[in-house]
Design a protein around this ligand. Structure first.
Ligand SMILES: [Zn+2]
Length: 371
């Protein structure tokens, strides 16, 4: 390990007068790697520690009681990674104050051992930037989205999963139908600002059957269909499966006819519709485009989130969900996270997280259309 040794030069032997008898004082200081160690003459009795945050800078304050600075001098030319400034001063008659100004969150606070006070500064490994956490919760309602007139030719059908009597997955008092509606509304707003035409299969809390959703999308001849859902871990968990993170689904044509027959009896839909739909479904064009849409959306979701949140990427998967089957346009279903997972749930309930996520979806739509 490369050791960075800086002797700060706080040895003030010339001023040992009356004060020295009553108060403790710094004899030596040393910076090794990211540790600043201040050695006092006597054992340190009491350190009060607190922080002050202002304009993206954190002031780490260490008040050493019953200690005195034996000179009015401060440390000059102090340089350490991430540290904006270091000051040592006499706060009041009996308190010596050390202030470290940093843009970084320090991993550890400090350590007092007999005569030494060790202050942990940021290192290159320090990950959490103040700037990052500040950005994370900054509402970006006022954000302007780049508008493109050409997008007006495209109609996006958005489908907020579940609703009304069908609450979807739940965890305590949080229900999927509310989360999907909240995210879908945000997605609608962003897409509209970008210039798209948008229609929603539901924009309020009401029961809408699956067939009604796909009929709606087909009737309005949407260019693409995006369904928003929230996942939940099954009761019987498969070992080695991580029930956490985001998955983007597009249609799998495996066993498509069989599945369709099953669905048809279940939803009592007419045979004529199903056959016509089957042709659309099996169509290679739709499959190819759905896959491309899924790829672009997933890529952009993570591009948008990664800077601010750590989220598990469950990738792109193929499924025979009804909404993917019965729509005549390229369609995807986004499982935005697991309601059963603590961190996912916390994220999903955070409006800023929701916005970042759907903004990623919208950006994915842009790159899918090349607009
Ligand atoms: Zn769902």
């Amino acid at each position: 390990m490369r050791k960075l040794l800086i002797f700060i030069g706080l040895l003030f032997l010339n001023n040992l007068n009356l004060l020295a008898k009553d108060y403790n004082y710094i004899q030596n200081s040393l910076l090794v790697s990211n540790k600043l160690t201040l050695t006092f003459r006597d054992n340190i009795k009491n350190v009060k520690y607190f922080t002050i945050k202002k304009n993206g800078v954190i002031k780490y304050v260490y008040d050493i009681k019953n200690a005195h600075l034996l000179s009015g001098k401060t440390i000059k030319n102090f340089k350490a990674y991430g540290v904006k400034a270091l000051r040592i001063g006499q706060f009041n008659k009996s308190t010596l104050r050390v202030v470290v100004e940093s843009k970084y969150l320090l991993s550890k606070r400090y350590r007092v051992k007999n005569r030494t006070l060790t202050i942990y500064l940021s290192s290159h490994k320090t990950k959490l930037l103040v700037k990052k956490s500040k950005l994370k919760n900054r509402p970006h309602k006022k954000k302007k989205y780049y508008y493109n007139k050409k997008r007006h030719q495209k109609l996006i059908i958005l489908d907020a999963g579940h609703g009304g009597r069908d609450i979807g997955a739940s965890n305590r008092n949080v229900v999927e139908k509310d989360l999907t509606l909240s995210m879908t509304r945000k997605l609608r707003d962003i897409l509209k600002k970008m210039g798209y035409r948008v229609r929603m299969t539901r924009s309020i809390d009401k029961t809408v059957r699956l067939k009604e959703r796909t009929d709606y999308a087909n009737r309005y001849k949407g260019d693409i269909f995006i369904s928003i859902h929230v996942n939940a871990a099954p009761k019987k968990r498969t070992p080695n499966v991580r029930y956490e993170g985001i998955t983007v689904f597009y249609l799998s044509t495996k066993n498509i006819k069989k599945r369709l027959r099953k669905r048809r009896t279940y939803y009592k839909s007419k045979k004529r519709y199903s056959e016509k739909a089957a042709q659309q479904m099996i169509g290679k064009w739709k499959s190819r485009h759905s896959k491309r849409l899924a790829i672009e959306v997933k890529k952009n979701i993570f591009r948008n989130l990664r800077k601010y949140y750590s989220v598990n990427d469950k990738g792109i998967k193929r499924q025979g969900f009804w909404v993917l089957l019965a729509t005549t346009m390229p369609s995807i279903l986004v499982e935005t996270g697991y309601i059963s997972h603590r961190k996912d749930l916390k994220h999903l309930q955070n409006p800023n997280y929701q916005r970042r996520l759907v903004e990623g979806i919208a950006k994915g739509v842009n790159s899918y259309f090349g607009l």
